[in-house]
Write a protein that binds this ligand. Structure first.
Ligand SMILES: [Zn+2]
Length: 423
């Protein structure tokens, strides 16, 4: 309790002197969330965003392409941040951003587009939300000074003396699927069109994207429209914005590189389609059918880290620890920010009684997503097996704090914790 009071006082101190330069307004504004904290929060949720979207696409050239096109546009935005761009595996037609400069483009989005200026239009729009501090404003409004309290507690935890991870998962889920207001969309369109144009792209690319989305909507609404609504008035306003620009200067519409990247994604699409079918089978508890689909998926694309991870999960749940662990380890090598395979590898090594390795992967998993209780429980078990009792106790305590009471190991963790403390 005392610690909470102190943290609260620290948070208040932050608030009283938090001022940040707003490059759009061209002046200093008072904020509960200075840029440095906004970046810390955004960065903290990058692994969660990657995990929820089935990992990053496992191909260096593809990642580099997204990074380069993103940086090219980001250079023309007023907020000087350490922008990062990621292509994630999910088939959902979407792109989204986290506060502080982190932008995610889905595999499904690139597959639905026909040329580079369309992609540039969407990325520029996401950069506009970041530059207008829309995420930061959401956090300020929803959590007020509690957001600083939460940040303080999470970072305190990382120094190993922390309190519970307040609201970690809840805030993350909200950030990942923030729905923008009409006014915010208008502002993001106004800025995004400008950013894309200043970076040398044909701003009409965004209109072509809108056309594609409108057409798709007749069958299934693209996920991007769930969070960035697209009424006819919005299209009309974007047309008006573009009409004011000089379109006779040389503008990039397309590049061969876009098509090379898209071709790569098209070639691996059947493998990912099988992954999503397997996921569905698993929901219906048809493990064997899921496994068969995953085997086919991995035959088509052995580096499919989403399929490797899901297959590892199924094998581990069938007590096939050696093979399951091997697949999970392979998936961690393809994406070091993907939480699930790290957890599965750590769990698998625990079951194989290779405790040093188990600790290695579970500690990594813990640093990626710090509020998953099972990670702490199996860390506790692994440390205990090696006789490192104070570390074991710390992890059991954390596991019990974070547990919803339905994990199945709570009684065991309590008993082990009591035994360690009593000895
Ligand atoms: Zn938007």
């Amino acid at each position: 309790m005392m610690r909470k009071v102190i943290l609260f006082a620290v948070a208040l101190l932050f608030v009283s002197c938090a001022r940040t330069y707003d490059p759009l307004a061209g002046k200093e504004v008072f904020t509960l969330l200075p840029t440095e904290k906004e970046v810390q929060i955004g960065k903290m949720y990058v692994p969660m965003a990657i995990d929820e979207n089935d990992g990053r696409y496992p191909d260096r050239e593809v990642q580099q392409y997204i990074q380069e096109i993103g940086q090219k546009i980001a250079r023309h935005t007023p907020r000087k941040l350490n922008y990062q761009f990621y292509l994630v595996n999910t088939q959902a037609v979407n792109a989204f951003a986290l506060p502080g400069g982190f932008v995610f483009v889905n595999r499904g989005l690139v597959l639905s587009l026909n040329k580079e200026d369309e992609l540039a239009g969407v990325i520029a729009h996401e950069l506009a939300h970041i530059n207008a501090r829309h995420h930061a404003k959401f956090l300020e409004k929803m959590y007020g000074m509690n957001i600083l309290l939460s940040v303080a507690s999470i970072f305190a935890y990382q120094t190993k003396y922390g309190d519970i991870l307040m609201n970690f998962g809840k805030i993350g889920a909200q950030l990942i699927s923030l729905k923008w207001s009409r006014d915010q969309e208008r502002e993001a369109d106004r800025l995004g069109v400008r950013f894309a144009y200043e970076a040398g792209y044909d701003p009409r690319g965004l209109l072509d994207t809108f056309k594609i989305f409108k057409k798709m909507e007749k069958v299934k609404q693209p996920e991007w429209l769930l969070t960035h609504p697209l009424p006819e008035t919005r299209i009309k306003e974007v047309k008006e914005l573009i009409a004011k620009l000089d379109l006779n200067r040389p503008l990039i519409k397309d590049t061969p590189r876009f098509h090379r990247i898209k071709k790569k994604l098209e070639e691996t699409k059947p493998s990912f389609d099988l992954f999503y079918q397997a996921k569905e089978k698993l929901v219906q508890k048809k493990k064997l059918a899921a496994l068969e689909l995953l085997n086919k998926s991995l035959q088509l694309f052995p580096d499919n880290n989403a399929s490797l991870t899901l297959k590892a999960f199924i094998l581990l749940s069938e007590d096939k620890y050696r093979e399951g662990t091997e697949l999970a380890v392979k998936a961690t090598k393809l994406d070091e920010l993907y939480f699930k395979p790290h957890f599965f590898a750590g769990y698998g090594y625990f079951k194989l009684k290779q405790y040093e390795k188990s600790i290695y992967y579970l500690e990594k998993a813990k640093n990626l997503i710090p509020d998953f209780p099972d990670v702490y429980y199996f860390l506790g078990r692994s440390y205990e097996a090696l006789g490192r009792l104070s570390e074991a106790a710390k992890n059991y305590r954390k596991a019990l704090q974070l547990s919803d009471g339905k994990r199945g190991w709570e009684k065991d963790a309590e008993r082990r914790l009591r035994r360690i403390l009593g000895s």
